[in-house]
Design a protein around this ligand. Sequence first.
Ligand SMILES: NC(=O)c1ccc[n+]([C@@H]2O[C@H](COP(=O)([O-])OP(=O)(O)OC[C@H]3O[C@@H](n4cnc5c(N)ncnc54)[C@H](O)[C@@H]3O)[C@@H](O)[C@H]2O)c1
Length: 454
Amino acid sequence: MGVEHLANIENDSEWTRRQFIVRTGAVAAVGAAAPLLKAAEVAPLNRGSKSKNDKLVIGLVGCGGMGAANMRNLMNFNDVEVAAVCDVDENRMPGDIKDVEKKYGRRPDVYKDYRRILDRKDIDAVIVGTPDHWHALVLIHACEAGKDAYCEKPLSHNIVEAISMAEAAKHHKRVVQCGTWQRSTPEFTDAIDYIRSGKLGKIVLCRAWISDDFHAGHQKTVDVPKGLDYDMWVGPAEFQPYQQNRCHWNWRWFMNFGGGLSTDWGVHMMDIALLGMSKDQDLVMPTSVSAFGGRLAITDDDRTAPDTMEAIYDFKEPNFTMHWSIGRDHPEKPSHGTEFVSADGRTLRVWRGGWKVLDPDGKELPKEGTAPPPNHWRDFVDCVKTRSKPRADIGSVAQTTVVCHLSNVALYAGETIRWDAKRQDILGKAGKSTLQYRRPYRKGYKLPEYRPTV
Ligand SMILES: NC(=O)c1ccc[n+]([C@@H]2O[C@H](COP(=O)([O-])OP(=O)(O)OC[C@H]3O[C@@H](n4cnc5c(N)ncnc54)[C@H](O)[C@@H]3O)[C@@H](O)[C@H]2O)c1
């Protein structure tokens, strides 16, 4: 079973959903109870692999914007080699394939089915660059196949997936770096260090925000473009006929595939607030969340994600409040950012490009930074080699992802949601029937569920 079982698909000439149904069911049935590989086989760097010169051999799954960007970042390092790329749309890959071929002197293998990459013993790690609704299956199957991973943010489409992904990585002893690269960017690390040092005093309020004015417009269902396996693109999500405005890149404005800006950008900006308020990567978690808003501004449009949101989080240890906002504007502030407000009224504001410390009247105060962080992608490679936790370790980014999903859960449930940090689950029933807590998988797809042991 497991890897051997995945090996069987190598001979298939064409991919069909029916095949996926049968095979994924078999993988899922193994679940958390039985690791697919014995401990010895998941030893550092999978060095049963054939990697030459201690190179980290990688495969890319999802060759759109960010997947390809991650691959290019990793290609900067001489101890990384790209062996294979995979996308369900053959139109998404050509340019990158040429560059990979030029760099390594051979054409990477090209697949439409990511399990063919997972089946290869010579591949050490995968980049998960698919839309959010596919992250959980690809990442968990990768962990089960003994691969390490660079997985894009937000970790998941919903809470149950995020917890399962983090637990699967732990269970299979995988190194997983997530795409929250702000964790390796000086303005953010300086700001986090400043808060943790206590220089701003006791923090009583955090704010994180993003501006939103995206219009998806109205589109009719049309024929699926040649070369795109749309049924596979939809994967475990509810099937909806093809429309260009909810497929490539645009999916993030549709709650069937993404989580709107609360997850797309919340996972970046709330992450900084949570990191600043925590001692290390093990993040403080809220005890309760309430949220208000919806599609209030962009109403005559196909998009389903909220365009306006105010979410309030209550934290007990330490005692502070966090405010997440998706708004039409943020006067005199950057279009996105994170703020920490101290008991004496001073504020630290950080955004992509800078950070400031302000007195209660908004006058800028002197500040100092710390040592610049390592490159985010280099950190991934080094951690794979040393079997260490990367700066955006999956366990930690799962916590931020859950915090983001909680705002959507509270909004759609219309109730205050309480979080049990020990059990890593919502307390009581409120919110548990929302799509953002757990999605029903399309017939034939099954989430291999991993739960924390309490
Ligand atoms: N870290 C960042 O700053 C950052 C920035 C942008 C996007 N992202 C994240 O990166 C991910 C991808 O976003 P994007 O904007 O590049 O999306 P995109 O739609 O442009 O690209 C996704 C690609 O994945 C492919 N795909 C879909 N299902 C697949 C499957 N089962 N197997 C293989 N390929 C599949 C699609 O065909 C497409 O080419 C998202 O999770 C997004 O949130 C992160």
